[in-house]
Write a protein that binds this ligand. Sequence first.
Ligand SMILES: [Ca+2]
Ligand SMILES: [Ca+2]
Length: 417
Amino acid sequence: MTQPTRSTSGLAAILASILVLTSQSACSTRPESPEKGVVPAPQTPTTEPAGFQYPTQAYHDRTDNIRDPEFVSLHVDEISSFDVVILGLKKVFTPEGADFVAQLRSRNPDIIVLGVQQVLGRHDAWNRADLRPEYPMAAEMYDLLSPHLLYQMSGEPAMMWETNQMIDPTDGSGDLDRDLLREYVDIIARHAQDYPTAIDGIMHDYMSPSPWLYPDGSVEGTTADVDLDGDGIGSTEDDDDRRLWTAWQKELMREFQDRFGEGFINVANGALGIRDEEAASLMAGILYQHFPRTPWGYTDLEGLEMAFDHAQDRLTPRRGRVWSILDAETGRRAGDVEFRRVASLLTGLPYVWRLGQWREFFGREDLDMDLGAPIGEATRERLENGGVRYERVFENGIAAAEFDEAGIQQGLTVQSR
Ligand SMILES: [Ca+2]
Ligand SMILES: [Ca+2]
């Protein structure tokens, strides 16, 4: 495992060479900067939640529904029956959002709550006059990040999305900006102190192996790229730039783990955890958006095998298990819900039936299915026609998925035995 770029300048480097602490969760020792952890965070429980029902479901709703009294009174009971709940971080760090989570936990002490935070950009909306008082954490984040925005080599803003400008994670001299990193986590730690049971972990949104300009960032007559280490070579040609970009994401996960404790659940979407083994080892789970194909167009089989691979090998379990999630797609294709459901049975990972939308409630998928506990892991069998069959046996039944040679699903089976 290679260590990401870190500052070698001044007092910090001298102290870092002396203060080598052994991390219990990482597979190597690494230096700790003495100024870290200015704001202590509430310690996340380490206990394993009670066993999941199979298939297991996650509730994913980043809207303001959870702060709407009518929505909450109507649906809090059903939402509390999920194993995992994914909500906007800035929303759970409000009195109403934290109260919603408290209501979930009073009904289901084993529920896991992940707060979504976009960790590589600064959203315009965080500064909207009407929203600043509503979401104080987002307003503080806007103010912190505004002097640290990223620009293309042409001078144009480096946009991650239409209203989301990328941040520059460097200190301007080719190193990661560790003060910025610490202050970033300080803000979240401070709000977590105010609402100490609001989250069990963070879903790091927009994680990526390299800066990703939206839509392609080009302005007529310019090259759409960014140069993080300032050597005049853009990130598409420069490993150093990409290393700085991913170092920010990896160090954020390390910092959250250090502050919130070994039970803290770092989950991330995007390609970083899929393609970068070191990043995956810092995660407890990957949110597979648009499962199984993801935005990169995997086949059904590739998507499923990726979920297996990461569940078994690369991630670091927290609280007794990995926390990858088979998330819903935005453009729905016939059969996708059924595929996620069977994939959940095969992998043991929670799936999202439908994404929450403002004032529209998609609760637990109502299933007439009682397979009981799994008996062992899924098996993989090569079929005579060149395809593949996955099967998993449960106390009361069998779940199976078959794929053709091209990796396209050919049949899903859930039957009693
Ligand atoms: Ca460069
Ligand atoms: Ca370089």
